[in-house]
Design a protein around this ligand. Structure first.
Ligand code: ADP
Length: 361
């Protein structure tokens, strides 16, 4: 088990930064997911940790040992890629044994280790097969096994499930997380899929344009995004935003007024972005809810256990406003005007220019 500490890591391609002054720590045994849109620097980060690229500046530590200048083979890292090219002319056994043969392991030690890893990954019955005779999920497990046979002190996963179909992906996600916990090997897992990042990670690092936006446990990332950028990237659907002004010590949103907590003192007439998750809005009221004025129905999306309603609202900072309703709700028709209500204590406030969250603290 290793603790990975990255300090002000920068990678330039020409004058273009792929990573900029990135600092983060993955604790020993932690499953850390790194999520960001395509081109945000995720693969670059893994390649720098594996030693396949040279950093332009900054330092990487395994525990307290600087490893930035170590060659890849000295870093003791197991990497699993999206295109996990297995050797097609080799059986599963040979694919698993290959990294050990290269390192001149004894035949008996190889036998023992390959069988141990195959048992762990439920591949024992498949050792004589060729990759073309395996399903996508089985091939993925062989790729994982190949990274595992050397007992690496760190796993690096680069979108390893993106070539696997959706149903199998869900199963493999669960298996992978369980396996990592059993082995206790520190893992950095890169994906562009925020659902995957939230479901797998002990903590999630959000990387956008080569910069770390936030590093937090999944629930904190969802409920308290550090910025408007993170809030609009994390969650399905992303957070809703309303423009708001402080008026008489309360928050004025279109024609509605939302009381501010005593702990939050904001200057009169200052402008803010009110961030609200789709499940914190509703069309039916009880006494405890805050009114948010009226909205016009654009349409809805049926999702079995819920309905996602799209609304036009005069104070929407980004359109449409999305509301998550139970599937049993009465469905309003497109064009219908409906009252919108906010569940108290469920909102965030962001500074409109910088996009930084100011509430909750
Ligand atoms: P991600 O994995 O998040 O999709 P990458 O780490 O692959 O992003 O790339 C980050 C940025 O660096 C992108 O703008 C990409 O075009 C650039 N980049 C990556 N590799 C190279 C390279 N070998 N030469 C030039 N630019 C590169």
């Amino acid at each position: 088990m290793v603790r990975v500490r990255i300090e002000r890591l920068t990678k330039l391609y020409g004058s273009t930064p792929a990573l900029l002054e990135l600092s983060l720590t993955a604790e020993a045994g932690e499953f850390l997911t790194v999520v960001g849109p395509s081109g945000s620097g995720k693969s670059t980060l893994l390649r720098l940790i594996a030693g396949l690229e040279t950093a332009s500046a900054g330092e990487i530590f395994f525990n307290d040992e600087p490893i930035t200048h170590l060659p890849p083979q000295m870093r003791d890292v197991g990497m699993v890629f999206q295109n996990y090219a297995l050797y097609p002319h080799m059986t599963v056994f040979e694919n698993l044994a290959f990294p050990l043969r290269v390192r001149k392991w004894k035949r008996s030690a190889i036998q023992e280790r390959v069988h141990a890893v195959a048992r762990l990954l439920d591949l024992d019955g498949l050792l004589g097969r060729y990759p073309r005779e395996l399903s996508g999920g089985q091939r993925q497990r062989v790729a994982l096994g190949r990274a595992l046979v050397r007992s690496p002190r760190l796993f690096l996963f680069d979108e390893p499930l993106s070539n696997v179909d959706a149903q199998l992906r869900a199963t493999m996600r669960t298996e992978l997380a369980a396996l990592q916990r059993t082995l206790g090997i520190t893992a950095l897992y890169v994906t562009h899929d925020q659902t995957e990042a939230l479901s797998l990670g002990d903590r999630v690092a959000v990387l956008i344009a080569g910069r770390l936006q936030q590093l937090a446990p999944p629930a904190e990332l969802y409920m308290k995004p550090a910025s408007v950028t993170v809030a609009r990237f994390i969650g399905t659907p992303p957070m809703n935003f309303f423009t708001a002004t402080v008026c008489c010590g309360a928050l004025s949103v279109s024609s509605a007024t939302i009381p501010l907590p005593d702990s939050l003192r904001l200057p009169e007439d200052s402008r803010w972005l009110l961030g609200v998750r789709a499940e914190a809005l509703t069309l039916t009221t009880t006494d405890e809810l805050h009114q948010l004025g009226n909205a016009r129905v654009q349409g809805w999306e049926y999702a079995g256990y819920e309905i996602l309603l799209s609304l036009e609202h005069p104070a929407a900072a980004f359109s449409p406003i999305l509301v998550r309703l139970p599937a049993s709700s009465r469905l309003p028709q497109p064009g219908e005007i409906v009252p919108l209500w906010l569940i108290p204590g469920t909102w965030c406030l962001f500074e409109p220019d910088s996009g930084v969250r100011v509430f909750p603290p």
